[in-house]
Design a protein around this ligand. Structure first.
Ligand code: NAD
Ligand code: 6OD
Length: 484
C-alpha cells in the first residue's frame, strides 16, 4: 500500500504512526499516511529557519519569482498526477479537479510571481521644522517561518493560495494539510524539487489538529505566523494557541452565505448560477450559498427549476467524465450533514427534494454520498438557517422588498460571501454594497480574480488575502526614515 510521508528539509520521512487515507467514493483505503511526531514538527520548523539563512535568503525577487514560475511549470507537467491524487482523496468529479483545483494551483504561483515583481512600497516626504525634511520609505522583509494549515475541500487550491504568496515574499513554510486529503501537499514537494526550491523552504507535516501536528505548529515559538483555512471554531482554538507567542494570523473560516434573486434576473442563467453556488463540490465550498432568497413573484417557478437542476445532477464515479456530483469527504462529515437534514424536518421544513442517501447497487453504497437537498418553509430563527452545514443543501425563502432581502441576507454571525442576481445593475451595485461580507458577486458566483481582496467578516475570518493583501500579510514592512 502506498505510504504518504512527511517532507522535512528536502527529504521524505516516515512519522511516529500511520493512519488511513480513504477514498470517499467507495470508502476504500487508498494509502497510509504517516503522522509527524512533535519532534518532527520541531525539525521541520528548524529546517525552515535554517533554510532562510541559506540561498533562499540571498536570492533577489526576480529569481524567487522565476522559481515560482517553475513550480507552476512542474505542477502542469504532473497535471494528471495531481488531478488523480485530488480525485482519489476527495471523491470530487475529475472534470472539477481538472478545471478548477489543479489549474488554480499553477495560477496561484504564476500570479504571485508576477505580483511580487511589480509591487512597490510606500514613500513619504516629511516636512521638518528646520526646513531640511526627511524621506520615509518602507522595505519589505519576509516574516520568517510561516505555518500553513488547510482544509480538505479544495486541498491543493487552498494550500497553494497561501504557499505561493508566502514563498513570493521570501518566507519558508511548514504546511499541515488536512488529514483527510494528504496526497497533493506531498506531491507538491516533488514539484518544489523540480523547480529548484532549496531544501527546508517547503516542508510538509501530516497529522491532525489537537494533540497532533496542527497544534504543535501553532504553539511553536519559532513559527512567525499562522495562515489557516478551516472551521470557525478551529480558528478560535488556534487564536488561543498562538496568543502566548503573539503570532500574526490570517484566518479564512466558515460561512452561511446568502444568494438574493430578484424577479428581473435572467432566469435561466440564474438557475444555473445558483445550482453551482449550492451544489458545486457537493456544497463543500466555503462560498456556497446555503440560504437562497427569491423575490416572491418568481418563488414557485424558481423552486421548481432548482429542484429539476438538483435532480438532474449525476452522482457517478468520480473518474466518469459525466459525473458532476461527488460524495461528501468522510463518513463523519456525512453524519453531520444528515443530522442537519433530520433537524430541518424537526424545525418544520418542507422537503422539496432529497434529504437522504442515494442507492447505487455498487461500491458507491460504501462511499459517503448524500442526495442534493432543497428545503422551504423554515422559520428564520431555525438552526438550519444559521449554522454552516457544508453539504449540497439550501433553504429557499421568499422576500417582498429589497430592504427585506438585505436584512435577511445580513442576519448571520458569518460574513464570507453573497451573490445578487438581477437584470438591474444599479440595484446590483446598491445591494452588493450593503452586504456585510468579504466578497459579493453580482450575476455570477466564485468568479475569482486572484489580485482582489479575499476574506470574511465576523465568524468568517480575520484579515484579507489576495493580491497585495497577501503580500502585506506574508511580509513585514520596515519603515526607514532618513533625515535629509
Ligand atoms: P477544520 O477546521 O476541521 O480543519 C482544517 C485544518 O485545521 C485541518 O488541517 C485540521 O487538521 C486542522 N486543525 C483542526 N484543529 C486544529 C487545531 N486545534 N490546531 C491546529 N490545526 C487544527 O476544517 P475542515 O473540516 O477541514 O474544512 C471545512 C471548513 O473550512 C468549513 O467550515 C469551511 O467553511 C471552511 N473553509 C473556509 C474557507 C475560506 O476561504 N473562508 C475555505 C475553505 C474551507
Ligand atoms: O478562490 C480562492 O482563492 C479561495 N480562497 C477559495 C475558497 C474557497 C472555499 O472553500
Amino acid at each position: 500500500m502506498k505510504l504518504i510521508q512527511n517532507y522535512i528539509d528536502g527529504r521524505f520521512v516516515p512519522g511516529k504512526q500511520e493512519f488511513d487515507d480513504v477514498n470517499p467514493a467507495d470508502g476504500k483505503v487508498i494509502a497510509r499516511v504517516t503522522e509527524a511526531a512533535e519532534v518532527q514538527v520541531n525539525e521541520a520548523v528548524a529546517a525552515a529557519r535554517c533554510a532562510l539563512r541559506g540561498e533562499w535568503g540571498r536570492i533577489g525577487i526576480r529569481e524567487r519569482a522565476a522559481r515560482l514560475q517553475r513550480i507552476a511549470d512542474a505542477i502542469e507537467k504532473r497535471f494528471d498526477c495531481f488531478v488523480q491524487a485530488e480525485v482519489a482523496d476527495t471523491g470530487k468529479p475529475v472534470s472539477l479537479a481538472a478545471k478548477l483545483d489543479v489549474p488554480r494551483a499553477a495560477a496561484n504561483f504564476r500570479v504571485f510571481a508576477d505580483l511580487v515583481k511589480m509591487s512597490g512600497v510606500e514613500a513619504f516626504q516629511t516636512e521638518t521644522s528646520d526646513g531640511t525634511g526627511a524621506l520615509n520609505y518602507a522595505v519589505r522583509k519576509p516574516l520568517g517561518v510561516v505555518g500553513v494549515i488547510t482544509p480538505w475541500n479544495l486541498p491543493l487550491l487552498l494550500l497553494t493560495w497561501k504557499v505561493a504568496p508566502a514563498l513570493a515574499c521570501g518566507n519558508a513554510v511548514v504546511v499541515k494539510p488536512s488529514e483527510e486529503t494528504p496526497a497533493t501537499a506531498t506531491l507538491l514537494a516533488e514539484a518544489m524539487q523540480d523547480a529548484g526550491i532549496p531544501k527546508g523552504i517547503y516542508n510538509v507535516v501530516h497529522g491532525f489538529g489537537p494533540g497532533s501536528a496542527g497544534e504543535f505548529l501553532t504553539r511553536h515559538p519559532d513559527v512567525n505566523a499562522i495562515t489557516f483555512t478551516g472551521e470557525s471554531k478551529t480558528g478560535a482554538a488556534i487564536m488561543k494557541a498562538v496568543a502566548p507567542t503573539v503570532k500574526p494570523v490570517s484566518f479564512e473560516l466558515g460561512g452561511k452565505n446568502a444568494a438574493i434573486v430578484f424577479a428581473d434576473c435572467n432566469f435561466e442563467e440564474t438557475i444555473n448560477g445558483i445550482s453551482d453556488a449550492v451544489f458545486l463540490n457537493t456544497g463543500q465550498v466555503c462560498l456556497c450559498a446555503e440560504r437562497v432568497y427569491i423575490e416572491r413573484k418568481i418563488f414557485g417557478a424558481f423552486v421548481e427549476a432548482l429542484k429539476q437542476q438538483a435532480e438532474s445532477l449525476y452522482a457517478g464515479w468520480p473518474n466518469d467524465a459525466e459525473t458532476n456530483l461527488g460524495p461528501l469527504i468522510s463518513a463523519q462529515h456525512r453524519e453531520k450533514v444528515l443530522s442537519y437534514y433530520r433537524l430541518a424536518q424537526e424545525e418544520g421544513a418542507t422537503v422539496v427534494t432529497g434529504g437522504g442517501i442515494p442507492k447505487f447497487g455498487d461500491d458507491r453504497d460504501n462511499g459517503f454520498y448524500v442526495q442534493p437537498t432543497i428545503y422551504t418553509g423554515l422559520p428564520e430563527a431555525a438552526r438550519c438557517g444559521k449554522e454552516e452545514i457544508f453539504g449540497p443543501v439550501c433553504h429557499i425563502a421568499p422576500f417582498d422588498s429589497e430592504e427585506e432581502a438585505v436584512a435577511l441576507a445580513n442576519d448571520t454571525k458569518y460574513g464570507l460571501a453573497a451573490s445578487i442576481w438581477t437584470g438591474n445593475l444599479k440595484r446590483g451595485h446598491r445591494v452588493a454594497q450593503q452586504m456585510s461580507v468579504g466578497i459579493t458577486w453580482v450575476n455570477c458566483w466564485f468568479l475569482r480574480d486572484l489580485r482582489t481582496p479575499f476574506g470574511g467578516v465576523g465568524l468568517s475570518g480575520i484579515g484579507r488575502e489576495g493580491g497585495m493583501h497577501s503580500l502585506n500579510f506574508y511580509s513585514e514592512l520596515n519603515n526607514i526614515c532618513v533625515k535629509l
